[in-house]
Every structure is written in C-alpha cells, then in structure tokens.
Ligand binder design. Sequence first.
Ligand code: AMP
Length: 216
Amino acid sequence: MKMNIILMGPPGAGKGTAAKQLKEAFNLVHISTGDMFREAIKEGTELGKLAKTFIDRGDLVPDDVTIGIVKERLAKKDCENGFLLDGFPRTLVQAEALDKLSKEINREIDTVINLECEQDELVRRISGRRVCKNCGAPYHIETMKPKVDGVCDICGGPLFQRADDNEEALKVRLHHYVESTKPLLEYYEKLGLLKNFNSLVGAKTLFDEISQYLKA
Ligand code: AMP
C-alpha cells in the first residue's frame, strides 16, 4: 500500500474533505499546514501572528517558515506508519526540501494525489464553505449542510467562514496556485508519483476511487 501521501489541488478542490475521510480509513496522520497555521493563530503564538499577515491576504507563508513546521512534524514518531500531507508542498522550494527531508528520515513519498476541479466550481465551493471552529470539519451551505444550522455534526462546535474565503483573497490564492503550485504537478509527474482524480464526481465517489487506487 502507498502510505506516505501528498494531497494536491487548488483551493476548494476538496482536499480537506478527502483528507478527513482518508485519514480515518487508512489510519494516517493528517498534516495540514493550513490547519497548523490556523491553530497557531488561534493560540496567538509568534508563528500565528506572522502567518496571519500572509493568510488573510491569500498570500503564501514564506517557504522557510512553512518548511520548518513540516520538518518538525514529519520527524515525530506517529508519522512512521504513514502520513497525508495536505496543502504542502505549494512551491518548488518546498517540494525540493521535502524530497531531501523525506529521504533523510527514511519517510519517502509513495504517491501524489491531485484533485482536479474547474475554476467556476472552486469559487462556488469556497464561497459556501463553512468550517468548525473546534475540530476543523468542513461543510458547505448548500451541498454539505450540517444537521443543525451553524453547528458541527462531529463535535458540536460553531461553524464559521474562514477569513481568507472571500472573493479578494480567493483571487490571490488562485493566482498563487497557478503560478507556484501547479508547476509541481509536472515535477511529480516526472518522478512517476502523480495520480489525477476529478473531484467533480462528489466526495463519496472521489473517496471510493482514491481508496481503490491506494489499495491496488
Ligand atoms: P489551506 O488551509 O491549505 O487552504 O491554507 C490556508 C493558507 O495557509 C494558504 O492560503 C496560505 O496562506 C497558508 N499556507 C498553507 N499551506 C502553505 C504552504 N505549504 N506554503 C505557504 N503557505 C501555506
């Protein structure tokens, strides 16, 4: 089985939802750099204060900072049985650093799962997205409603709209995706690691397709 996984795709492609399902099904450690930054912002740490200035605008947090937190997290013991990187790497510098690091600690990447989605759909998904303040579970006001309005099904926490899920920040995020992150697909294709999935099929079918591929 392929167990050290990178999950890629533009903002709104469904990485968060797929990551949650895959993490449970395959008992993987879910490493989301976006979640790590949001946690640091909530706690008011120095990292959080720094990250917030970039995230709220839709800009990328500098490579050295991002690579530093991933390096620390990947070295922890719980990653030895498999991990799912969600939202990292996003630049070539990060991809090269990950390559070096994963070799050093003997935790090399087995596969890169890329979720493809059209831009109109990305905008629709992001503008309707709501997230649980406590556990980060993702919802959508039309397509993935919670049982009780504004309340997380899993932990009962309040749902909110991310500060960077607005039109202006989304434009910037999509720009960074096209300029800095999309070229990584070619990088991983060359390494023979890339596997594309169409995320328009819906969360359930997408999860089934990825699961089948990982078990093969
Ligand atoms: P996400 O939750 O993955 O959409 O990430 C939210 C925001 O966190 C991004 O728009 C960036 O500002 C920042 N971020 C997350 N991961 C990275 C990364 N690998 N490199 C730089 N910035 C990141």
